[in-house]
Ligand binder design. Structure first.
Ligand SMILES: Cc1cc2nc3c(=O)[nH]c(=O)nc-3n(C[C@H](O)[C@H](O)[C@H](O)COP(=O)(O)OP(=O)(O)OC[C@H]3O[C@@H](n4cnc5c(N)ncnc54)[C@H](O)[C@@H]3O)c2cc1C
Length: 295
């Protein structure tokens, strides 16, 4: 079957489906080779890779749809190489702004400039992307594979491992519980992974939890392809260009500042202006998140 997805033709029957040994012996329980928990960029990417290998896969996502939340923005050359390997480079290109350089500034002085010219993997080292569009392209890519299914509004509640399989209990959109048996369960369920917690795998190392205001804005013109890091101890900040005349702004919260005041329209306009941006930017997303950095 030939499918048409956003200007790209895919041969659906190029990929044949192999079923691994995950039989349940129970007619009421579904069996697949792989269950992926989470339809974020990781789960959707793995789903495409497994689809290309013809492995029957079920992706289970607790949300009703893909997220429309300001999250990851930077993509390296390895990430672009994976997009290319998925055969989705052209479909994804509109969600990616290639070849970004970084300027580190303090009190108006340029401290350092990073403008990588190497293309060791055939792609620029730093690019930015629009995560909601990127995820949509990955989800569309899954339509090439009959052996990969995605279920939204479905929450992985628990799982049980035997020597040869994993029995996964899923809360379905109607509220009922369903059991799916698989050979492999992939925890692509994000930084707060419930699978990791259920397996009692702790996060190791130390982190410096900092609260940051993150704003995605659209300006009238294409911003220069330069990320600016404001090395100002009084208000650390960063701004990064993104596709479609987009610009991400991030400002660290100072002690005593509340989320409510930082998310106000007036405060956001003032912060962007102080950092050299336009007061007339259209804000499309804003949130305060806690930054963690741990290994
Ligand atoms: C405000 C904010 C800003 C960020 N900025 C950046 C940035 O600038 N650069 C960067 O690299 N990263 C950034 N991140 C991190 C970014 O979110 C991750 O890099 C990226 O989303 C990770 O993708 P993922 O697929 O691994 O996990 P996620 O995107 O978290 O996806 C996991 C999915 O699993 C689903 N899920 C979880 N548990 C279950 C369950 N039990 N059953 C079913 N589904 C489940 C969730 O609903 C979710 O959709 C930011 C995050 C936030 C919140």
């Amino acid at each position: 079957m030939l499918m048409h997805i956003e200007g790209t033709f895919y041969m659906r029957d190029t990929y044949t489906c192999q079923r691994h040994d995950a039989t349940t012996g129970n007619q009421d329980s579904e069996a697949v080779s792989v269950v992926i928990v989470g339809a974020g960029p990781t789960g959707l990417t793995v789903g495409n890779l497994l689809g290309m290998a013809g492995i029957d896969t079920l992706i289970v996502e607790r949300n009703a749809s893909l997220s429309d939340y300001p999250k990851a923005i930077s993509l390296d050359d390895e990430g672009l190489r994976i997009c290319q390997a998925l055969g989705l480079e052209s479909a994804m290109s509109k969600s990616i702004l290639l070849n970004i350089s970084a300027h580190y500034v303090s009190a108006g002085r340029l401290l350092a400039k990073v403008a990588p010219s190497s293309k060791r993997n055939g792609h620029p080292l730093i690019s930015t992307f629009n995560q909601p569009e990127f995820e949509t392209a990955l989800l569309e890519g899954l339509k090439r594979f009959e052996c990969v299914n995605v279920r939204f509004q479905s929450n992985v509640e628990s799982f049980e491992q035997t020597d040869s399989r994993v029995i996964v209990t899923i809360r379905t959109p109607t509220g009922t519980l369903q059991t799916v048996t698989c050979s492999y369960l992939l925890a692509c369920d994000g930084g707060r992974s419930t699978v990791r917690q259920k397996l009692n795998i702790p996060m190791k190392g130390t982190t410096f939890a900092q609260k940051w205001l993150v704003i995605d804005a659209i300006s009238a013109e294409d911003p220069p392809p330069i990320a600016m890091f404001f090395c100002n101890p009084g208000r650390p900040a960063v701004t990064v260009p993104s596709p479609h005349k987009g610009r991400r702004w991030e400002f660290m919260l100072l002690p005593g500042e509340t989320e409510k005041e930082m998310l106000s329209k007036e405060r956001i306009a003032a912060l962007i202006q102080q950092a050299g941006g336009s007061a007339n930017s259209t804000i499309i997303r804003k949130t305060v998140y806690t930054f963690h950095s741990t290994l």
